[in-house]
Design a protein around this ligand. Sequence first.
Ligand SMILES: Nc1ncnc2c1ncn2[C@@H]1O[C@H](COP(=O)(O)OP(=O)(O)OP(=O)(O)O)[C@@H](O)[C@H]1O
Ligand SMILES: [Mg+2]
Length: 225
Amino acid sequence: MSRKLEKHLRINIERAKYTHLYHRSHVSEQFRTLRTNISFLGIGHGVRTIMVTSASQGEGKTTTLANLSIVLAQQGKRVLLIDADLRRPNIYKMFGLSNEIGLSNVLSNMSYVENAICNSDIANLSILPSGPIPPNPSELLSSNTMKEIIDEVKDDYDIVLFDTPAILDVSDSQLIADLCQGAILVIRSGKTNRDNAIKAKEKLLNTNARLLGVLLNDGNPKVLN
Ligand SMILES: Nc1ncnc2c1ncn2[C@@H]1O[C@H](COP(=O)(O)OP(=O)(O)OP(=O)(O)O)[C@@H](O)[C@H]1O
Ligand SMILES: [Mg+2]
């Protein structure tokens, strides 16, 4: 790996694990507020499967979700983070895991889910990486096996979180939202186009998941205040 790529990866990891590395920071405090809000809106009402998506690529889904998983685990919740982005998987990189065995293997009946779940370096946080990128992600995610996997893991964890691709790009996120109880839409300040944000929200409202909220990523606090 070139030095430039290595540095880029290091910075991405730092952002994804910010709440672990900088527990007392303002950003970590914001994530704890998000945790409280989600607890009021969802977890406190029996919502235990939550997916995160955004309209387009690069809006901060994975970074946000990694930090949300960490603050939930820090609270003592048993958390399973599933990388259901079978197209541009990143969770395994953020947590320094192997991606040789993961969700795609389980969905292709090549592995048992319990053998594909890894421990992370964060207490209470387990991870199911995506596994190798398959040629047919939507087909795999819409299979009955996906439903069975969720049913199987749901009882072992307090909360199961899903990373997904951009909802306007492919149908995968809607498929996953149909299997989840809650959804969070990430929009990125200065990046997400307004019409796309509305389209993404409408797509989510057409699924079985309850839209728990919209998260503004990368907002300038000075502008927001
Ligand atoms: N609030 C932020 N401030 C600065 N950089 C950020 C912020 N949020 C995310 N990033 C950076 O933006 C890039 C994209 O973030 P991330 O991978 O989380 O987005 P994504 O929506 O999951 O992308 P993809 O659609 O490729 O899965 C990464 O380099 C990440 O470190
Ligand atoms: Mg991502």
